[in-house]
Every structure is written in structure tokens, then in C-alpha cells.
Design a binder for this molecule. Structure first.
Ligand SMILES: Nc1ncnc2c1ncn2[C@@H]1O[C@H](COP(=O)(O)OP(=O)(O)OP(=O)(O)O)[C@@H](O)[C@H]1O
Ligand SMILES: [Mg+2]
Length: 270
């Protein structure tokens, strides 16, 4: 079932991220454990890549490696814009599931958005950018509220707005909608897709939800096993813009969902 569609030796030159022979271990001595192994993939400009996998397979670990927060094992070749990653790459912003703890409770919505740009832009530019991204995520009228006055979905929108204010080239999103109810989650998926189309931002999106992965992405990579490896990689060729009803009735959506589900359960049961 394992399918590696990239040359495991040569780093791609046209990719934003290029990962070759990616591996990582945690722990010491007898407790040392390999978490990811032989992971080879590229992330291309403008794509929406979903990374799918069961709990504990190493999704967050992989995202932290891409974000330059964690060093992989020796032998891994990982490049951003053709250069080896050494610390957080420029223009790469992470968005986490735990929106509440990533917001500053004592700052207003507007001042939370300003956080990542206030040292590099003028006051007028910060104000203009803040309004622009809050409008983008539908929080234009909440600029003077505090995070505690917002619903969970709004707080996650705020985290997204703060990331967008930095005009990222790449958003690394770790189960960003995992803690939200189904309706809020669906709305935010659609908002994110609309924003991504408008801004051309490259997105790497982690989820353990097969339906969410197929719905939002242009490509899905499934991680499985221990240590985690790429089990399956599929292009998602579905009409855009996506629609919560019609996309999910589309024969290709149903086929992909079925194929991925079978692959994951075969692998888990084998
Ligand atoms: N800093 C660390 N030290 C030791 N082990 C770690 C560390 N970070 C992660 N692990 C282990 O690595 C494995 C993968 O963890 P990771 O958080 O990447 O999984 P995940 O796929 O994101 O899971 P989930 O869906 O539950 O978020 C787990 O077994 C975890 O216990
Ligand atoms: Mg995780």
C-alpha cells in the first residue's frame, strides 16, 4: 500500500518544503523510540495539503519539524525554498487547535491581531491590516472585544486573522477545527478555503478526520504505523469552490473517502 511518489534521495528544487528520509526519535537509552521514518514528500506553492493520521502517529511532530521548532534525526534532509531548515522559516506561521491558550486574554481582538506585525509596520499600516484580516474572517465588528467575549469558533477565527495579518507564505495548521462543533467547523472550513483561494497561501493542514481532509484539500497524505510512515498519497480533484452538500455527494469525494478509509483500517487491522 505504501506509495512514495517523490525521489527519496534528491531534494526537489521547485517545492517550498522538501522532506527526504525524514525520521525522528524521542527519549533516551532503552526508552528511545522512533516516531517517524522514511517520510518523503514535497509541499508545492499554493497547494492545500492535508496530513491525515490516527492519534499518536506523529502528525504534530511532523508539523513542528516543518515549522523549524524541532530538529529531526540525522540523515533527514529537509529544505525550505531550497535551503536546509535551521529554525523557523521566514513566512511560515503555525496555527494550533488550542486557540484559547494562544490568544492574549488582556489584549483586545484588534491588539491580538496586531501582535505579530506591530514591530515591523507603522501604526497606520497595523490598523489597516488589522481591519482587513478581521473583515476577512468575519470579525470586523468585534475589534474592541476581548477574547473571553468570543465564542470558540470566533476565537479560532481570531487566531487565523492574527496569522493572516503576517501575510504568511505558508500556514501550518494543527487540527485547527478539532475542538469545534460540526456546524462551526463546516463554516470555518469554507472560510479558510475562501481565504486561501483569495490569498494564494500554501496550507499544510493536519486532521484525523478523513472527511475533513478530503473536503478541504487538493492533496491528502496519510500517515500510519509505528514508526509513522506515508501509507497513501492522493490528489483530490474536486470542483472548486467546495460545497458542504454537493462536494460531499460528488462521486470522486465518495471514492476517495472510501479508499482512504479502507487503507487506514486495513493497515490498522493487519
Ligand atoms: N517531546 C516529546 N518527547 C517524547 N515523546 C514525544 C514528544 N512529542 C511527541 N512524542 C511522542 O511522539 C508520538 C507522536 O506524537 P504527536 O503529538 O506527533 O502525534 P499526533 O499524530 O499529533 O497525535 P494526536 O492526533 O493525538 O495529536 C507520540 O507517541 C508522543 O507520545
Ligand atoms: Mg497532534
Amino acid at each position: 500500500m505504501s506509495e512514495i511518489t517523490v525521489d527519496p534521495v534528491t531534494p526537489a528544487t521547485d517545492a517550498i518544503f522538501s522532506c527526504r528520509n525524514l525520521a525522528i526519535e524521542f527519549g533516551h537509552g532503552a526508552h528511545r523510540r522512533r516516531i517517524l521514518q522514511d517520510v518523503n514528500f514535497d509541499v508545492h506553492q499554493g497547494e492545500f495539503l492535508a496530513l491525515l493520521g490516527t492519534s499518536g502517529v506523529g502528525k504534530t511532530t511532523l508539523l513542528r519539524i516543518l515549522g523549524g521548532l524541532l530538529a529531526p534525526s540525522e540523515g533527514t534532509q529537509i529544505h525550505f525554498d531550497g535551503a536546509p531548515i535551521d529554525g523557523p522559516p521566514r513566512g511560515v506561521i503555525m496555527v494550533f487547535q488550542d486557540y484559547a491558550s494562544s490568544l492574549l486574554t488582556w489584549r483586545t481582538v484588534g491588539r491580538n491581531v496586531a501582535l505579530g506585525i506591530e514591530n515591523s509596520l507603522s501604526k497606520a499600516e497595523v490598523a489597516q491590516r488589522t481591519r482587513e484580516v478581521l473583515d476577512m474572517v468575519g470579525l470586523g465588528d468585534r475589534i474592541d472585544d476581548y477574547p473571553a467575549q468570543l465564542s470558540g469558533g470566533m476565537q479560532q477565527r481570531l487566531q487565523l486573522a492574527r496569522a493572516l495579518a503576517m501575510r504568511p507564505r505558508v500556514l501550518l495548521m494543527d487540527e485547527p477545527f478539532g475542538a469545534l462543533d460540526a456546524m462551526t467547523k463546516a463554516n470555518l472550513q469554507d472560510e479558510l478555503l475562501r481565504i486561501q483561494r483569495r490569498t494564494g497561501t500554501t496550507v499544510v493542514f493536519i486532521t484525523h478526520d478523513i472527511e475533513e481532509a478530503v473536503y478541504v484539500s487538493s492533496r491528502v497524505i496519510v500517515l500510519s504505523g509505528s514508526p509513522g510512515r506515508i501509507l497513501l498519497e492522493r490528489d483530490v480533484d474536486l470542483p472548486s469552490p467546495r460545497n458542504q452538500v454537493t462536494t460531499k455527494e460528488h462521486p470522486e469525494y465518495l471514492r476517495l473517502r472510501h479508499e482512504i478509509y479502507d487503507a487506514v483500517s486495513d493497515h490498522v487491522n493487519s
